[in-house]
Write a new protein. Structure first.
Lengths: 668, 436
């Protein structure tokens, strides 16, 4: 006999008649059947609310299964029918006094759900009693109920001193009650402006003791709450972390990752390097084990691992192999693994990583292949001793002539040229064979940059550029900027080859396009070239700063913030929660006498690696202002050349000089 | 915490909808369908580029490729795809995603335990039980009771016996008493368990994850093991399990019943077991590179402009003389493959023109048998840029643990009887892949 038959659309009238039927029903089986039908209809989205008064009559049937269904019904409809809900109050009040703790708990739980003013008024007293009920099952249910009430009416919870009562529950002999009280307090603290959970050492220590005995979910609540403990004395952080480490062996991945989070947090307050190193060693195996779980868990684990290894490079440093991609991993897992592989790569394992990446570059998944090719290039920039082999691999890939592989390779080769000037330019010839198929802005811009930068070596640079210029006005702005700069470079390096192209491009850039960045840059070059060719040369061909993959790393401040959010949504997106969630209360690494100073920011903001820069660009379109100067090749501006800034800051002069500039230029 | 759960079938129809906090409109399911459709259609990003490219390999994403967390304007959609059903939790507050995923997995496991399987049909047939379970397992989005033993005392599984019991109990009013185990310090075990025959069985199941180059070089290789227990012991038995060679274990995780301190100090698994089936521990072993894998697959591909030929042979290796059973070799072919012709000397092969893959099944391989071979030719519709393929392998070896893990002794305390004890092991292929 299955429940599926209840899924026929029940007519309200029929159901009402059945509910109120006078037929003898000593075992209440008929009532049960009707209730099942009603619940079934409810789940199908049929409006069962007209039955409210009839349902109230069923409330006093002393059968738990029926009671549960009635409560399910009340939760569903009481809010839309507050007057009706009043009729249920008498029953609730009777049930919270029931000798059976299951029913007491059920009643208090249900009342918490029905957020109707009158019901809430009646809830206050019983809730206070239930928080002190002799039965732990009722107490733990009541603790959660306080959190429910808080979301409905903060003032009431504060005026009725429920927060204090919850705090008292932290000393409850039953660990599950403690865990639920902690969960309720944490949630209230996260939602409230004026209530801030803060644990001292003795409470934190007590909670850790309760950890050993409560359910797996209770363990996650308690671990989460430990982030509200700020160690004030040396030794305390070590001691707590040590006691938490057994949680790393839990079968529940949520417990494991939350334990990792607390340990990583406590490391900020530890004194001895060896303690930290010791804990780092313990973190690796459980993190690897998370990767043998389902793909969802793997994904969350991988995103978090990427954060943790940036802060604590000792973690997982010898476990490169576990991040190698499996053929049938879902794409999101593969991409996440790739980032970690890059992060873990060093001179000692670069060969191993490279041979894996080459393998991936031959797979069928376009996205994945691109990322793999790009990683090879970044690897060359990151690890000097492996650069030669990475570049050989890239050349091999370019020779496959697979379009997107070639384009991706060109983008990264540009970075390699910048990182290792005068070493690998011999491959320019190979690159130039693939110009015709470039259709992605990033690849085009990179290729144009290469042509401009090596205009003196590429025999037919002017012809190549002219080909690109043919579609100048249709190109996206990043390609236009690159073309502009490359043409000027060509002109400065080989005036005869560039003299026909430069005026054409400058004229387009200043007169035909709407983009202010492009126009401004056009004017800058124009004026430079027309007033002081020597200065123009100094600016345009100035020594470029070294690039490194250091800048791919996250800003230390953001990293520290995100590490407080390990095992959360923020850790998936690597964004501060305030950027994608409403009403979010930010977290900080709280000061304390034993807080370790985070290392000073070592990165130089002006030296943005182009690869990193582009990922950033998409995210920060709003910050266009800055990007225009950090963009493709504004080398002069980056080194703060006085000519450049002078021109930009005086627009009125710029305007007046334009015409004269053209004449001068044409005279050349 | 978890706000709502929707269970959605393949057509996007809601089967189960449960809200523990505020009610989220059912329309969120359409939003989810749109978002995942958008993802599937997007295929590889920068699609425009590869469209114009003749060599672009046709790749379509499958539902398995949709990231488990999707961002929309109002909600973040966390979901798990299992057996064609989507378990969707929309959230608009910060939440521990692992907690959500673990909880969904747990709900599914419990439903499997109750209903035998989880499908649209089985859920519809038992929806009242399903709702009761959902109600019992969570309170206000906080996981509440998730121990199968505790749940079964509150909500009886839908067996015929229980239906009879139910009516009897119903007659006597509120018959259910508070299950002791929900609040005891041993929540996983109920009191008063009695068996006429006391027995306990251990199943050691190991899966080998390996990636191997065409030339046989091992890229990575590890074994994941779980110890599943079927415990039918009366009373409150306290068990101590010893392994002969615990040192081989690289990482372990335990069921909550295991006393961790005891393992740390003495390397003994000391626990009071739950009743019935449960998973005692899982572990990971990095197999040393010199270790011989149970079998060695040698793939050879010779490509020509319009197709090519291939030879694949399987050599069984050291398995302590145990036969390798249920061998399935899956060979994904290039997407523009038109025909495949092959012969094999053992088992049978099948080419699926829809998924473009060859499946070769062999029921049993013994070391002394002749080497299984599959060889044949294939042709491609158009000339193609050559890419590697990866051969996937499944197999099973009974009474064999690749890690070599062995149980030494099992001692019983606190109860007087002598239980019957049994240990079995089996080794399977996990993600066992050979690059060709």
């Amino acid at each position: 006999m299955s429940d599926a038959k209840y899924f026929q659309r029940g007519k309200i009238q029929e159901l009402r008649a059945e509910l109120n039927s006078d037929k003898r029903d000593p075992k209440h089986t008929k009532k049960k059947t009707v209730m099942k039908k009603i619940v079934a209809n409810m789940t199908m989205g049929n409006d069962m609310s007209p039955l409210f008064p009839d349902i109230i009559n069923v409330m006093n049937v002393p059968i738990l299964e029926i009671k549960k269904m009635v409560y399910l019904y009340l939760i569903n409809y009481a809010r839309s029918k507050p007057d009706m809900a009043m009729m249920a109050i008498a029953m609730f009040i009777k049930d919270v006094e029931d000798p059976n703790p299951l029913i007491r708990a059920l009643a208090i739980r249900t009342m918490g759900y029905i957020q109707v003013e009158k019901i809430i008024d009646c809830l206050v007293d019983p809730l206070s009693h239930c928080l002190r009920d002799q039965d732990p099952y009722v107490r733990k249910t009541a603790a959660i109920c306080v959190a429910k009430l808080y979301m409905y009416d903060r003032g009431l919870v504060e005026s009725e001193r429920f927060i204090e009562k919850l705090r008292d529950l932290l000393n409850d002999p039953n660990p599950t009650v403690v865990a639920n009280a902690v969960a309720a307090l944490t949630e209230i603290s996260e939602r409230s402006e004026d209530i801030q959970l803060s644990l001292n050492f003795s409470v934190a220590s007590k909670l850790v003791t309760a950890l050993n005995e409560c359910s797996e979910w209770g363990q996650t609540y308690i671990l989460e709450a430990l982030l509200y403990y700020v160690p004030q004395e040396p030794g305390n952080a070590e001691m707590l972390a040590e006691r938490i480490t057994p949680r790393l062996q839990h079968a529940n991945s949520a417990v494991v990752l939350t334990a990792v989070k607390v340990i990583v947090y406590l490391m900020n307050y530890m004194e001895k390097e060896e303690d930290i190193a010791n804990l780092c060693r313990k973190l690796s195996p459980p993190l690897v084990t998370l990767l043998s779980a389902g793909p969802e868990v793997q994904y969350v684990a991988l995103r978090n691992i990427l954060l943790i290894i940036q802060k604590r490079p000792d973690v997982l440093k010898n476990d490169m192999k576990v991040f190698f991609c499996k053929y049938n991993d879902p794409i999101y897992v593969k991409l996440a693994k790739l980032e970690i592989m890059f992060c873990l790569a060093h001179a000692g394992n670069v060969d191993q990583v490279l041979s894996e990446l080459k393998e991936y570059a031959a797979e069928v998944d376009v996205d994945f292949v691109r990322k793999a090719v790009r990683s090879i290039g970044r690897l060359a920039v990151k690890i000097e001793s492996g650069a030669q082999r990475c570049i050989a691999a890239l050349i091999e890939l370019i020779e496959t002539k697979v379009n997107y592989v070639v384009q991706e390779a060109i983008v990264v080769i540009k970075d390699i040229f910048r990182k290792y000037p005068n070493q690998y330019e011999s491959i320019i010839g190979t690159l130039c064979e693939n110009l015709d198929n470039l259709d992605e802005p990033e690849a085009k811009a990179a290729m144009v940059w290469i042509i401009g930068q090596y205009a003196d070596r590429i025999e037919n640079a002017d012809v190549l550029l002219d080909d690109f210029l043919y579609t100048f006005l249709e190109e996206p702005v990043e390609v236009q900027l690159a073309l502009l700069t490359a043409t000027v470079k060509l002109f400065i390096k080989r005036p005869t080859a560039g003299q026909e192209l430069v005026p054409k491009v400058l004229k387009w850039a200043t007169e035909e396009v709407d983009n202010p960045d492009l126009r401004d840059r056009g004017y800058v070059y124009w004026r430079l070239l027309s007033t002081d060719p020597a200065a123009a040369k100094a600016v345009v061909l100035s020594e470029k700063p070294q690039i490194s993959t250091e800048t791919d790393n996250m800003e230390p401040a953001l990293l520290d913030e995100l590490l407080l959010h390990v095992a959360s949504l923020a850790s998936i997106y690597h964004k501060s929660p305030s950027t994608f969630l409403n009403n979010y209360k930010p977290r900080y690494l709280m000061p304390s006498p034993v807080l370790r100073r985070t290392r000073p920011a070592t990165f130089e903001p002006s030296v943005t690696s182009p690869t990193a820069h582009h990922e950033q660009e998409q995210k920060e379109a709003a910050a266009a202002n800055r990007l225009s100067f950090n963009g493709y090749d504004m080398s002069g501006f980056q080194t703060g050349n006085p000519y450049a800034t002078d021109v930009v800051s005086r627009p009125e002069m710029r305007q007046s000089q334009v015409t004269g500039g053209v004449d001068l230029l044409l005279d050349l | 915490m978890i706000n709502s759960l929707f269970v959605v079938n393949g057509q996007g129809k809601i089967i189960i909808e449960k809200h523990w906090r505020s009610i989220i409109s059912r329309q969120i399911v359409d939003v989810f369908s749109d978002e995942s459709a958008k993802f599937l259609a997007s295929g590889p990003i920068n699609h425009t580029a590869s469209n114009s490219d003749k060599n672009a390999k046709e790749v379509s994403f499958t539902k398995e490729d949709v990231p488990p967390i999707l961002e929309t304007s109002k909600y973040l959609l966390l979901h798990v795809l299992r057996d064609g059903l989507v378990w969707l939790c929309p959230v608009d507050k910060e939440v521990d995603p692992l907690l959500v995923f673990e909880m969904i997995h747990r709900i599914i496991d419990i439903l499997v335990d109750y209903l035998g399987d989880v499908s649209e049909v089985s859920i519809r047939d038992n929806f009242v039980i399903v709702y009761q379970l959902l109600e019992e397992m969570m309170d206000y989005g906080y996981p509440l009771t998730t121990e199968p033993n505790a749940l079964k005392q509150i909500i009886l599984p839908p067996t015929i016996m229980n239906k009879v019991m139910n009516t009897v109990v119903a007659a006597s009013g509120v018959g259910q008493k508070l299950p002791q185990s929900t609040m005891s310090s041993i929540p996983w075990r109920k009191a008063g368990v009695k068996y006429a025959q006391n027995e306990i069985y251990f199943d050691i199941i190991e899966e080998i994850d390996a990636t191997i180059e065409a030339n046989g070089a091992i890229v990575s290789c590890e074994a994941h093991g779980t110890v599943n227990v079927n415990c039918r012991l009366s009373g409150m038995p306290d068990l101590a399990l010893n392994f002969i060679n615990h040192r081989i274990l690289d990482d372990v995780s335990f069921h909550p019943c295991v006393r961790y301190q005891k393992w740390e100090s003495d390397k003994v698994l000391s626990f009071v077991p739950p009743d019935g089936h449960f998973s005692l521990m899982s572990y990971r072993v990095n197999l040393p590179p010199q270790q011989l894998l149970p079998l060695h697959v040698k793939p050879q591909f010779y490509n020509t402009a319009t197709g090519g030929k291939f030879d694949i042979s399987i050599n069984p290796r050291s398995t302590d003389g145990k036969p390798i059973e249920k061998v399935v070799v899956t060979i994904p072919m290039s997407k523009n493959t038109t025909t495949v012709n092959a012969t094999c000397n053992v088992g049978q092969y099948m080419y699926d023109p829809v998924t473009k893959s060859i499946k070769w099944e062999i029921s049993k391989i013994q070391v002394r048998d002749r080497t299984p071979m599959l060889s044949g030719t294939y042709s491609n519709g158009s000339a193609t840029h050559e890419t590697g393929t990866t051969i996937m392998l499944q197999f099973q070896i009974s009474m064999y643990a690749v890690s070599g893990l062995k149980v030494d002794t099992l001692r019983l305390f606190r109860e007087g009887y002598k239980p019957y004890k049994g240990v079995r092991s089996v080794t399977k292929a996990g993600k066992f892949q050979i690059r060709a």
